[in-house]
Ligand binder design. Structure first.
Ligand SMILES: Cc1cc2nc3c(=O)[nH]c(=O)nc-3n(C[C@H](O)[C@H](O)[C@H](O)COP(=O)(O)OP(=O)(O)OC[C@H]3O[C@@H](n4cnc5c(N)ncnc54)[C@H](O)[C@@H]3O)c2cc1C
Length: 284
């Protein structure tokens, strides 16, 4: 039978992981338990990090906000201090029962290209705080993923938290996703946008990213570059939507064909831009 342990500090959790290389950290278990039930994985022990106080909650710091890795997505989905794009991404995951268990750290470390908090964190320039017995390092969310279910996380490393810089807490933002049904949708495609208005109602700063359209979540660099400095007119938005469909590299899988993903991304980006721009203008 699998051992299940509850460390009460980060140090205890790291020690347990070093002592048992076959073990795994577990947050809410909503990804891990599915794999274990299907006999695709049999880690031992399970090191439950959900009761470590330092890993839970959303804190204001001098630099911005820091979200503990073991914070349930339900908390992110209802925190008015977080930008809309992250609130909406978290709120779109599964059902309320799933969001009460599922953690933001689990969503990131599971490293699925369709993880719904990942594209929001990319456009917000999130930084991941990784801790191991050797020390601590920070990695940009955009540089964390190396392939489907693959990351730069070392075996003995724990994701402790996610930092969002203060400068990105203002502006306007939006998250849109499409799936096969209305309830508990796993993204066929998701899009996140963050934008700031500058003088003359022009686009000052802008970032966009798409999920489930490549081996890792992808920053939409060309689409964003086209929009920067523009007046967010329908013509420019159409150009950006066309570029987005070119710069992604989707595959066909059980959820959708590559052609479908290429055809739908422009619509999602257009909708997200409209919503983010309206919020940015309102906050200006
Ligand atoms: C019915 C259902 C619907 C779902 N719908 C969605 C959806 O709409 N969108 C979506 O994005 N996901 C969805 N998911 C997937 C899942 O709920 C999320 O990915 C969730 O955020 C995972 O978090 P968790 O805490 O449960 O992860 P866990 O299952 O506990 O862990 C996942 C992985 O991350 C590792 N890990 C966890 N925390 C850490 C840490 N702090 N440091 C290092 N490694 C860590 C674990 O070892 C494991 O490998 C769904 C799942 C189910 C069962």
């Amino acid at each position: 039978m699998t051992d299940y342990i509850f460390p009460s500090t980060i140090e205890e959790a790291l020690q347990a992981r070093v002592a048992a290389p076959e073990g795994r950290f577990i947050g809410g278990g909503t990804d891990l338990m599915v794999l274990m039930a299907a006999d695709m994985l049999s880690p031992d022990p399970l090191i439950d990090i959900s009761r470590i106080p330092e890993l839970r909650g959303i804190r204001e710091t001098e630099e911005g906000l820091e979200i503990g890795a073991a914070t349930p997505l339900a908390e992110l989905a209802s925190d008015p201090r977080l930008p809309s794009v992250l609130v909406q991404g978290a709120a779109s995951v599964g059902s309320l029962q799933i969001r009460n268990l599922a953690t933001v750290g689990g969503n990131i470390c599971n490293a699925s290209p369709c993880g719904d908090t990942i594209t929001p964190l990319i456009v917000l320039e999130g930084e991941l705080v990784l801790i191991s017995p050797a020390g601590r390092r920070e990695v940009a969310v955009a540089e964390f993923f190396t392939g489907p279910k693959k990351t730069v996380l070392n075996q003995d490393e724990l994701l402790a938290g996610i930092k969002i810089p203060r400068k990105n807490l203002s502006g306007g933002s939006s998250f849109k996703k499409i799936g096969q049904r209305n309830g508990q949708i796993i993204s066929q495609v998701n899009v996140a946008v963050w934008v700031k208005v500058k003088a003359g109602r022009k686009v000052g700063e802008i970032r966009a990213a798409a999920g489930s359209v490549g081996p890792v979540p992808i920053p939409l660099l060309k689409a964003a570059a086209t929009l920067k400095g523009s007046g967010m007119t329908p013509g420019i938005i159409a150009d950006a939507a066309r570029l987005a469909s070119i710069e992604i590299s989707p595959i066909s899988d059980v959820r959708a064909t590559a052609d479908y993903r290429r055809s739908v991304i422009g619509t999602l980006l257009t909708d997200a831009l409209a919503e983010a721009w309206a919020e940015a203008e309102g906050n200006n």
